[in-house]
Design a protein around this ligand. Structure first.
Ligand code: MN
Length: 191
């Protein structure tokens, strides 16, 4: 098996009360594990076996794309979070957010609106384009901004499995709480 699920850099109960240990057990322990297991099965003995995961995401569609992208997206999501997160970004990313959105508060409003208005399952992303410009995008299902030539910086998973145990149908409440566990040091390092 080429891909192994990395251990999270925090314990399952570390993000409580924003994300419960039960959600992490299901979301990372079962959903993400299944995407990685499926990805390993789908690439075995094919031309994709020796390809970088990012390249698989950019070159495929259907089941292979869905599992490859979901495997990547979840690691990106969970490794953007920290029990010591929250606050605001500093440095160049903070400057870019202020310049483009007016303020950090306005950026959060725009991002939350994108999360709440995404119909069905998907992801909302903050990315950087080739000119350093920031862009918020909605992606349905397994979508990933790498396929549009963007550099992902931050994502919120808005599939129901990300929040239903803790927030039931209240996606907006989940999104609002998420800011307190975003690791801005990691997000800034991607900018
Ligand atoms: Mn998910």
């Amino acid at each position: 098996m080429k891909y192994k699920q990395p251990s999270l850099p925090y314990s399952n109960d570390a993000l409580y009360p924003v994300i419960s240990s039960e959600t992490i057990e299901y979301h990372y322990g079962k959903h993400e594990k299944a995407y990685i297991d499926n990805l390993n099965k789908l690439i075995e003995g094919t031309e994709y076996e020796d390809m970088e995961l990012e390249e698989i995401i950019q070159r495929t569609n259907g089941a292979l794309f869905n599992n490859a992208s979901q495997a990547w997206n979840h690691i990106f999501y969970f490794f953007s979070l920290s029990p010591d997160g929250g606050g605001e970004p500093e440095g160049k990313l903070a400057d870019a957010i202020k310049e483009q959105f007016g303020s950090f508060e306005k950026f959060k409003e725009d991002f939350e609106r994108a999360c709440v208005s995404l119909f069905g399952s998907g992801w909302v992303w903050l990315s950087r384009d080739n000119n350093g410009k920031l862009v918020i995008t909605q992606e349905s299902n397994a979508g990933n901004p790498l396929t549009s030539g963007l550099t992902p910086l931050l994502t919120f998973d808005v599939w129901e499995h990300a929040y239903y145990i803790d927030y039931k149908n209240l996606r907006a409440s989940y999104v609002k709480k998420m800011w307190s566990i975003v690791d801005w040091d990691i997000v800034s390092s991607r900018y």
